[in-house]
Every structure is written in structure tokens, then in C-alpha cells.
Design a protein around this ligand. Structure first.
Ligand code: AMP
Length: 606
């Protein structure tokens, strides 16, 4: 039986799991890491780097390193969310041919699904290395609050990566699966999922025979750890400007260093009460003098700067609870999911609001991928105990009326799969074409309707006398993906529907991307080995230079050491040429010599 992998495609980190024997487990990559940074970069020579290797070079190549692409997936360029990302991101976001957001990386413009596909490919490789066999099928998770365009675009990313995405599952639901199979029936849980980019909450009831019924869900696709980091960055920028009259945001590299330092400080403050931010030579002033950023930051200050973000997440939780018709006391457990839930202020707030300590039995970074793998196994019949998921659509689905209003067809929190039929009448005799605009909207956000597609019904009987009635059926499948079909009521004849790509990619585009991704995958397997050699050589070159300099200042040009130093310098200059050059393949042979030189200098320095 073919194996299905479960993939948590996160904003900050991604994770892959598979059912191994009776239990699902997360698969570590070659470096031993169980999660992979959701980062993609393009080097000077045009090579694509993914994951840890991309993260390691993010500061020196900020403009060409993409992070948090999940915030852009399935979104239009001119949406408020993308506009905000345009202002903050260190990479360049541009408008694509369908009005969607795309990313400019050196000479290439990549669609967001292509960026996500690179991350998915990386995870596919990790799984294949572990299993020792090719992997084709995957269950991929998305925030419960993703709309149809975002779900479609995630599915497209899977296709481009060469994966058959057998199901898209909501992240909190996947987390509940990893927690719930051993729980007693009738347990009601809230899954509080605060990740890098999105916040989601789902209320679930665990029923008889492995049934997971979602009672309600709510969320915000623009509330996450990135926002917490951004608050810290804003504060640091303002403090620095007050002191030095220099705007740190004016420099991309400074911005990237700040962002990294802010995130690191935030994570540290989950276990200590105060930390130091130290960024030497962050920028120079107008007189060309180098400026340094040095600040201490307390946990209390971090909590003060971000209290409203945490409050917002709690409000969303209470909304979800009331939509599910429940009281706080009806919950048996609150599960914490997502890296941000390590923040003590979040745990404290949950305890305070729900009157109980949150449950920390599931691993906040791994449970989503594990749940996805378990669901995948159950879908292909590899899991002995079947799972039944009854999820809901988080958004309401409807059509735009003539006056520009919204006619709701499927309300939010309806159990999926579901379908509705609506009849439309032509407005004049002989009318052969009718256009219908399908939209999705979040509760209380009437003004922010998302266009899913414009459906033109062509070929309506022109000979019919009077108005023609056309039945349009709207269906939401188990993936939360919307499909539309139309037929003439009298004749039963199906009218053709043309869907204009509203924010995703067209089929031929996806096929083209699929081909080049498959080709790039082979190149990448080869290229990454070379890149890690280059990075290892660069760090050794730096160390040897420093040690050599130290030795020279302490021993001078003594004749005993002179010959050794000259030998080392020769190796060094050869290595520098090779690391800077475009053909780093010869580096491999030079690495042992560099390592020996470093060892010798280290021992001389002691
Ligand atoms: P996820 O999307 O679940 O991988 O969550 C990633 C987010 O969790 C990022 O914003 C991280 O900075 C944040 N995070 C990870 N570890 C910690 C920690 N110890 N304390 C606070 N936030 C953390």
C-alpha cells in the first residue's frame, strides 16, 4: 500500500509526518531537525535554496529570501493584507497576470504556489529519504480560516510539487485528531492554534467510532507570531530613532537583522524574564559613523507591547464558543497548538479566561502534521480505526446581487461537504448569457468579501419565450473547496460555465510549473550539497583569517612560523577564490586542507 504523508505547511515552519507501524511520527531531515523553515531564497548564481539553508543566508541576502509566503497565498495583489506585506517584507512583491500577488527574486518572478511548492518538495524529499521509496500522496493542512482561493492555491502548490493532494484538512482539526483518538467519547475541546502567521480556533466534539465533529471555528489569517515580532521591531526602530535620528527601516539588511533579533528575543522571553538585544554595526549615520543597537528587553515589556494581540485571539475564541452554542464551562480541554503558545502570557490568559490550565499533551509544532498523517492513512484504508471528520466551512458563501449586496447561500459554520441550489431567472427574452459573481465572506466583515469567481452561463436557449430559469448549484467539498454547476430548469441542459482565474493559476500555467519544478528538484538535490560545502568553507575561511591575524599580532613574523603561515595563506586564497567563484565544486577537495589549517591555528592559539 502506498504511503500518504501529512504536511503542516506553516507560515514560519513546516513539518512532515507519516504513519510508521501503528503510530504517526514526524520525520526529521538530514540535519536532524523535525521542522523546516518555510523559507526560499535565490542565490547570486540563480540557485534556489529551501529551508534551513535559506534561513542561514537570510541576513546577507534579505532581498532574495522569501519568508511567510503563506500570508500571500491565494491573495490579490491589491488586497489590504498584501499591501501591508509589501510595506514590511524585505523581498519584492509584485502583481501577477491574474491580479494575484507574486514574488520577484533576482531575474525571476515566481507565483506564491511555486514558492510553497519548493517547500513541499523539500518535505517530500525528507519523507522519501526516510521511507526509502517515492511518495506521491499527501494530506496538507491549512488554517481553518482559509478561504476557497487560499485552499485552491495550496492544492495547486501540491500539484506543482508533484504531489497528489488527497485532502486539505484544517490545522486545528488535524491537531485534535492527534490528541483525540485515545480520548473518551463525548469530550469537547477547543483547539487554540497561534502560529507564525495565523490564528485559528476550533471547537470539536469527539464522538463515537472515531468521529470528530467541528462545532464551530473562527480565526484571523493576519494574526500570528509575525505580528508579535513586528511589534518588537516597531518599538526598537522608534527607540533607535529617538536616540540616533536614523530610521533603521531604511536599510533592508538592518531590517532583516532586527526581525531576526526580535523573534529570538521573543522566544527567549518565554523562558527567562529579561534578555539583551545586541546588534553591532547595524547601520551608519549621515556622517558615516557605525551605529550599534544594544537594548535590554523584559518579558513585562514584551507583554505590554503585545497584550492587544493576545486579547484579540481570546475574543475570537469566545466568538467561536458562542457560535457553537457553548459556554466556557462546557469545554473539557483547551489544546495549545503553534509555536506562539509557548509564550507564558498566552498560557496565563487562557487559564484566566477559561478557568482551567490548558492541555499541553500534544506537541505544539508537530501535532498538526501528525494528525494529517493519521487522517491520510485513514483515507487510504491504512489505519485500522477509521476516522470520520465532520468539519465546517468557516466563511459564508454567496453571490453578489444586482445592487452590489450579498445573497448568502451557505452560512458560516455549516458542516461540509454541503451543497445548495439557487434558481436564477433571465431578465429579458432571448438572453443567452448570464453572469454570476460568487463571493465568500467572514462573519461581521461584509465589506471584505472575497471574489471566488465570475461564472458566465453561456448557451441559454435563446428561442424560449419569457424568462428562462437556471438552477445554479454551489457545493463545498470535504476540502472546503467550492464548485459551481448550472443547468436550465426546463430542459435540464447544462449551461457551460467559464471560470476566470480570480486569484490562482490557470491549468496550463500549473502544468508548466509542474514540469520545471520536477526538473529543478533534481538540480536542487545536487545544488544543496554544493551550497552546504560553500557555507562550511566560508565559515572556515573566516575562522582561519581571524586566527591567523591573532597569531601574527602575538608572534610577529617569526621565521619558524613564517613558512607555516605562508602555506596556510596559500590554502586560504585558493579557498576564497573558489567560494566567491561560480564553480564551487572544487571546494570539496579543499575542505579537509582548510579544516587542518584551522586545527593547527587553534592549537597554536592555545
Ligand atoms: P508555527 O507556525 O506553529 O511554527 O509557530 C511559529 C511561531 O512561534 C513563530 O512566530 C515563532 O517565533 C513562535 N515561537 C516559537 N518558539 C517560541 C517560544 N519559545 N516562545 C514564543 N514564541 C515562539
Amino acid at each position: 500500500m502506498k504511503r500518504v504523508i501529512g504536511i503542516d505547511l506553516g507560515t514560519s515552519n513546516s513539518c512532515v509526518a507519516v504513519l510508521d507501524g501503528a503510530t504517526a511520527q514526524v520525520i526529521g531531515n538530514r540535519g536532524g531537525y523535525k521542522t523546516t523553515p518555510s523559507m526560499v531564497a535565490v542565490t547570486e548564481t540563480g540557485r534556489k535554496l529551501v529551508g534551513h539553508i535559506a534561513k542561514r543566508q537570510a541576513i546577507t541576502n534579505a532581498e532574495n529570501t522569501v519568508y511567510a509566503a503563506k500570508r500571500l497565498i491565494g491573495r490579490k495583489f491589491n488586497s489590504p493584507q498584501v499591501m501591508s506585506a509589501v510595506r514590511h517584507a524585505s523581498y519584492r512583491i509584485v502583481e501577477g497576470p491574474h491580479g494575484e500577488a507574486r514574488i520577484a527574486l533576482r531575474s525571476e518572478i515566481l507565483s506564491v504556489p511555486e514558492i510553497s511548492a519548493l517547500i513541499l518538495q523539500e518535505l517530500k524529499i525528507v519523507a522519501e529519504d526516510f521511507l526509502g521509496e517515492p511518495v506521491e500522496q499527501a494530506v496538507i493542512t491549512v488554517p481553518a480560516y482559509f478561504n476557497d482561493n487560499q485552499r485552491q492555491a495550496t492544492k495547486d502548490a501540491g500539484l506543482i510539487a508533484g504531489l497528489d493532494v488527497i485532502r486539505i484538512v484544517n490545522e486545528p482539526t488535524a491537531a485534535a485528531i492527534s490528541y483525540g483518538t485515545s480520548q473518551r467519547e463525548g469530550t469537547t475541546v477547543a483547539v487554540y492554534d497561534f502560529g507564525g502567521g495565523t490564528f485559528d480556533v476550533s471547537i470539536l466534539e469527539l464522538g463515537k467510532g472515531g468521529v470528530f465533529k467541528v462545532l464551530g471555528t473562527a480565526g484571523d489569517t493576519f494574526l500570528g507570531g509575525e505580528d508579535v515580532d513586528e511589534r518588537l521591531v516597531d518599538w526598537l526602530v522608534a527607540e533607535f530613532e529617538a536616540e540616533h535620528k536614523v530610521d533603521l527601516r531604511s536599510d533592508r539588511m538592518a531590517r532583516q537583522r532586527l526581525k531576526d533579533a526580535a523573534e529570538k528575543a521573543k522566544c527567549e522571553l518565554s523562558s527567562v524574564s529579561s534578555t539583551e538585544l545586541n546588534l553591532p554595526f547595524i547601520i551608519s549615520n549621515e556622517r558615516g559613523e557605525a551605529l550599534h543597537l544594544q537594548r535590554s528587553l523584559s518579558r513585562a515589556k514584551l507583554e505590554e507591547l503585545t497584550a492587544d494581540l493576545i486579547d484579540r485571539s481570546i475574543d475570537i475564541c469566545l466568538d467561536a464558543l458562542s457560535d457553537a452554542g457553548l459556554e466556557k464551562g462546557d469545554l473539557d480541554d483547551v489544546l495549545l497548538v503553534g509555536g506562539m503558545t509557548r509564550m507564558p502570557a498566552i498560557q496565563r490568559k487562557i487559564t484566566e479566561v477559561f478557568g482551567r490550565e490548558p492541555n499541553r499533551s500534544v506537541h505544539p509544532d508537530e501535532c498538526v502534521a501528525i494528525g494529517a498523517a493519521m487522517h491520510g492513512a485513514s483515507l487510504v484504508g491504512a489505519e485500522k480505526k477509521p476516522l470520520v471528520l465532520l468539519d465546517v466551512t468557516p466563511l459564508s458563501l454567496g453571490i453578489m446581487t444586482h445592487g452590489g449586496g450579498f445573497d448568502e447561500l451557505v452560512p458560516a459554520n455549516t458542516t461540509v461537504p454541503t451543497s445548495r441550489v439557487k434558481s436564477f431567472t433571465t431578465s429579458r427574452d432571448g438572453q443567452t448569457r448570464m453572469s454570476i459573481i460568487v463571493q465568500q465572506v467572514a462573519k461581521d466583515r461584509e465589506g471584505e468579501r472575497e471574489l471566488l469567481g465570475e461564472f458566465a452561463l453561456e448557451g441559454i436557449s435563446s428561442k424560449a419565450k419569457g424568462a428562462v430559469v437556471v438552477d445554479v448549484s454551489f457545493a463545498i467539498d470535504a476540502n472546503g473547496i467550492v464548485a459551481v454547476e448550472a443547468s436550465e430548469q426546463a430542459s435540464g441542459k447544462k449551461a457551460a460555465i467559464t471560470v476566470e482565474a480570480s486569484s490562482g493559476l490557470t491549468k496550463p500555467e500549473i502544468q508548466e510549473m509542474q514540469k520545471s519544478a520536477a526538473h529543478a528538484m533534481d538540480e536542487r538535490r545536487h545544488g544543496e550539497a554544493i551550497e552546504s560545502e560553500r557555507q562550511a568553507a566560508q565559515s572556515l575561511v573566516g575562522e582561519v583569517e581571524r586566527l591567523l591575524e591573532n597569531l601574527r599580532s602575538s608572534a610577529g613574523d617569526s621565521s619558524v612560523l613564517g613558512a607555516t603561515m605562508a602555506g596556510i595563506e596559500a590554502v586560504l586564497s585558493q579557498a576564497k577564490l573558489l567560494t566567491d567563484g561560480r564553480d564551487p565544486s572544487k571546494l570539496k577537495a579543499l575542505l579537509p586542507q582548510l579544516e587542518r589549517a584551522a586545527q593547527m591555528l587553534r592549537s597554536l592559539g592555545n
